[in-house]
Design a protein around this ligand. Structure first.
Ligand SMILES: CCCNc1ncnc2c1ncn2[C@@H]1O[C@H](/C=C/CNC(=O)c2cc(-c3ccc(F)cc3)cc(O)c2O)[C@H](C)[C@H]1O
Ligand SMILES: [Mg+2]
Length: 214
């Protein structure tokens, strides 16, 4: 039977990346996506912006919405201090299965908790299930029409504290207009746009970094 693109991406990681070396996993996926098959990972160019935000925040608790194949999961985890925790939500079991293997190959599984389920169901359970009071950093990269409702849900559940950082992918392409309008007009956020390009292309895209002011 035909393999799926995520399965072929995993194969490229297992073939070209060094076990236990997260940056080689990131590099192998970027090479696969540039040379073989495009895939919707945040990619190398926006990935550098992601790296700089993660390094600046130096978060103890990170939430990622939309794991997909685990590219940004591995990229973020490789920069986390010891004992820091990254919880990543993925509701498609096939993608979750691939991501678990990518995360394991990179050797970052002790920093990552991949939860198979929908953000709407799990955001309200973060504290009781994982003992997380607030998130220092949230990376939004799931369905674009879910960024805003899930941000409001995180606010309602008290998961954001003064200084929590939201970093959103694809605010231009495919675009998240209602989310962008919200974080840029709300008095409870200080927002900044990082212009870049859609992964592996010359099309404009960017990341929006928004600080929750409490
Ligand atoms: C219950 C639902 C909400 N709760 C959820 N809870 C848990 N997991 C969720 C939830 N909603 C979705 N997911 C998972 O997250 C992933 C979804 C990721 C979505 N990403 C894009 O659509 C995109 C498109 C392009 C693009 C640009 C240009 C093009 F021409 C083509 C494509 C580029 C990009 O960088 C992109 O990130 C994964 C596939 C999906 O199972
Ligand atoms: Mg994306």
């Amino acid at each position: 039977t035909q393999s799926t693109r995520p399965q072929r991406l995993l194969g490229a990681v297992q073939k070209n990346a060094t076990r236990g070396d997260p940056r080689s996993v990131v590099q192998a996926i970027d090479q696969f996506c540039r040379q073989k098959e495009w895939a919707m990972n945040v990619g190398d160019e926006k990935g550098c912006i992601l790296d700089s935000v993660v390094s600046e925040v130096n978060p103890a608790t990170v939430l990622e919405l939309g794991t997909y194949c685990g590219y940004s999961t591995v990229r973020i985890a490789s920069l986390l201090p010891p004992h820091a925790k990254l919880i990543t939500l993925e509701f498609n079991p096939d993608f979750a299965a691939i991501a678990r293997q990518v995360i394991a190959w990179a050797g970052v599984e002790d920093k990552v908790h991949l939860v198979e389920g929908a953000s709407g169901d799990w955001i309200p359970k973060m504290t009781e299930q994982f003992g997380v009071k607030t998130f220092d950093l949230v990376f939004l990269d799931h369905w674009k029409d879910r960024y805003l409702p899930d941000t409001m849900l995180m606010e309602e559940c008290g998961l954001l504290r003064k200084g929590s950082i939201l970093l959103a992918d694809n605010v231009i392409c495919p675009g998240t207009p209602d989310y962008l309008e919200y974080v840029r007009s709300s008095l409870r956020y200080e927002s900044q746009y990082f212009k870049s390009h859609l992964e592996y292309t010359k099309v404009e895209d960017g990341l929006e970094k928004s600080v929750f002011l409490g």
